[in-house]
Design a protein around this ligand. Sequence first.
Ligand code: NIG
Ligand code: FE
Length: 417
Amino acid sequence: MAVLLTNISSIITCAVGNSTNKSGIEMQDIGEIRNGALLFDKEILWVGNSADATDYLMKNNPAPITQVIDCKGKTVLPGFVDSHTHIVFAGSRAGEFARRLQGVSYQQIAAEGGGILRTMNAVRTASQTDIEAIGRKLALSALKQGTTTIEVKSGYGLTFESELKLLRAIRTLQQELQLRVIPTFLGAHDFPPEFRTNRTKYIDIICNEMIPAVVEENLAVFCDVFTDTGYFTVPESEKILQTAIDAGLKVKVHADELSSFGAAEMAARMNAISADHLLFISEAGINLMRESGTIATLLPGTAYTLKLPFAPAQTMIEHGLAVALATDCNPGSCFMENMQMVLSLACTMGGMTVEEAISASTINGAAALGLSNQTGSLEIGKSADFIIADCADYAELVYHFGTNQVREVWIQGKKVV
Ligand code: NIG
Ligand code: FE
């Protein structure tokens, strides 16, 4: 039972062959085929020129074709992989946002007990069901806009019980939704007020209680730490990440988001799969990340919301890094779940080309989750996760911004939108 898309005006494969990502100048090559065709069941069976499809089908006689869809005037591309979100939380921070527009800084609001701690208070009193409802709504909205894989972090509970509550909410979404949900433990998102004066004690709870429980219940694939001024220091972060690695988790870092803090350097030393944000990354950080193969995940919606300078995407690409793009969707620094908007910001404000942004939001997002052997590109044997967009020229995905151009979303060969 296979489906054939024919006459696709533009199909973007993002093919990487035996590689796991596109780095540096490779990001410019998105593997476009004009007038293409795609044959798939749960997996991709064949991709090529429309004109060669009949020939291929006659010679290879795959599973019977149950549906042929004419995609004239459309662009087909891999589903977006949003590799960094915080969509399970409770409450709203609209009031803080309004204050920031009046000139109060993110750090100042945090110092007054707002910021992450405001959301933490809301999460601690919310039920798991209420948290799931918020996450579900955002995940479904992301799906409609082309996201087929989404990473979701805990990090707004900051106690043993409430961090597990968030991770269990993520697991509910993972079991119930059609998009692929990848869970990350972020107990080291901030110090809760009860341990502000005893940081070591909170780190001990993370290392000796939370991480073992997360692993025992199989609630996360990754462990993340917010390494920045006012949050976790480099030595504190290293201790937590090493404990996570020893327990069998892979690691990610919120690195150099608010200041140049040596966090990208640490992420590289710890062989993190990705370092994220990087607005204030140093030259040394860039070089070390290239050597360790750590993916640079940029979150332009956050720079936009916080009115901070965008991460130096071009410098990173020139230095040969593999750059990924994600939303960072969260109630504080970036309340936005739309990957098409991320492409627009990354190109128009962040200095990336359309091709680089497409590579970054598909195959490199998958690489940032260790999933690029399964999704993120349209290659034989990979999961049939793709978008049909209402444009004949892929540049329109960025050029025509502020509207949803996604007409259909398919995951594992099933039409879900
Ligand atoms: O990725 N940097 C840390 N965490 C989030 C912000 C969290 C919040 O403000 O609620 C981020 O920007
Ligand atoms: Fe984040």
